[in-house]
Design a binder for this molecule. Structure first.
Ligand SMILES: NC(=O)c1ccc[n+]([C@@H]2O[C@H](COP(=O)([O-])OP(=O)(O)OC[C@H]3O[C@@H](n4cnc5c(N)ncnc54)[C@H](O)[C@@H]3O)[C@@H](O)[C@H]2O)c1
Ligand SMILES: O=C(O)C[C@H](O)C(=O)O
Length: 321
């Protein structure tokens, strides 16, 4: 039975994720963690969720805290604190400000919950996963982020709609940055187990339009309704269920790669990884020449920004939490 802590639980994504995760059978306790000053909100949120659990007949325990010592005993910690982007912003614009928040919490996690898995949601998620890895001092397989899992689900939904098939018949994957340089792996896309290139209708599929829709989904939702909530919340819950049930599913998360994708390494980026109770283990893959070139560009960009963020944090003495 597992205790899952959500840091940033007062936010849109954190609070919906708490609701979604409470439905996973082996989750015994969901702990809502927030910064000092948010106690009343956390008490209100925990009461509201408790009512929801009672109405649904779920036996999950709910607790809340602003004290870093209460991070102890968490098998999984979800880090969803930080500013969301505004409609006219790119996720990368959030890098330095959110890195201060993520680094501060990562240090607290390293001090109090050194046995945990740390799952990062804050944006830009690939850079924030790198920051969380560095400042928590946890081993690489125990720190990973939502990466391009949500983008992969968005593409899956577009393909299912185009072919008029159930979403569960579509397997596809987007790797690289959770952002503009993401890379769709059409070579790894199947419908009903059939490689998509072998379906005559594939030649008519509007691939560029689909990718444009995937890339702009987040900004469209933010512009129209303020924030993305249900997509990320349920994507988070899928990954947490995969960990808790030790399912060994291969999902596309932001993980630290060394040499699993050709010779590219030393960066946290969206790649297929086997997800278990022990963490995320990137699966060695070979890409086509075009995919490799695009993935290389994507990783170079993220590596460069991650290093700039490290330099900035190192030049500052005090982290913000
Ligand atoms: N990776 C993904 O696919 C994905 C999806 C959705 C949201 N996100 C990211 O998750 C983060 C949260 O999004 P949201 O919509 O819940 O935002 P929100 O504004 O609703 O919530 C922000 C949360 O961060 C906390 N926070 C803000 N500033 C803080 C600070 N200085 N110190 C400590 N805590 C602070 C708030 O208290 C709150 O809990 C954003 O960075 C957003 O971009 C990522
Ligand atoms: O788009 C955003 O900024 C939020 C999130 O990363 C998303 O893709 O839904």
């Amino acid at each position: 039975m597992v205790k899952v802590t959500i840091i940033g639980a007062t936010g849109q994504v954190g609070s919906y994720a708490a609701h979604a995760i409470s439905q996973i059978p082996h989750v015994k306790e969901v702990s809502l963690f927030g910064r000092d000053g948010n106690q009343l909100y956390l008490e209100g949120l925990s009461r509201d969720l408790r009512d929801s659990f009672a109405a649904r007949g779920t036996n999950t325990r709910i607790s809340w805290s602003c004290d870093e010592k209460d991070l102890r005993g968490s098998e999984i910690i979800i880090l969803a604190s930080g500013a969301p982007r505004k409609p006219d912003q790119n996720r990368l614009d959030l890098a330095v400000d959110n890195a201060r928040i993520v680094a501060g919490y990562a240090e607290k996690i390293g001090r109090n919950a050194s046995e945990t898995l740390l799952f990062v949601v804050s944006n830009p998620v690939d850079v924030m996963t790198g920051v969380a890895l560095r400042y928590s001092n946890l081993p690489p397989h125990r720190v990973f982020g939502l990466g391009t899992h949500l983008d992969s689900m968005r593409l899956k939904s577009c393909i299912a709609e185009f072919f008029n098939v159930h979403v569960s018949e579509v397997h596809t994957r987007i790797i690289g940055e959770h952002g503009d340089s993401m890379v769709p792996l059409w070579s790894a896309t199947t419908i009903g187990g059939i490689q998509i290139n072998n379906l005559p209708a594939f030649s008519h599929i509007p691939k560029d339009e689909m990718m444009e829709r995937v890339k702009t989904s987040g900004s469209l939702i933010i512009r129209n309704k303020g924030s993305t909530v249900y997509g990320p919340g349920d994507a988070i819950a899928t990954i947490i269920r995969t960990i808790v049930e030790d399912e060994h599913r291969i999902l596309t998360v932001s993980a630290f790669i060394q040499k699993e994708v050709h010779d590219i390494g030393s960066v946290c980026i969206g790649v297929p990884a086997r997800i278990t109770r022990g963490g995320a283990f990137p699966v060695p893959i070979k890409l086509s020449d075009d995919e490799l070139e695009a993935f290389r560009l994507s990783t170079e960009q993220i590596r460069e920004i991650t290093h700039l963020v490290f330099e900035q944090l190192e030049s500052e003495e005090i982290l913000s939490v």
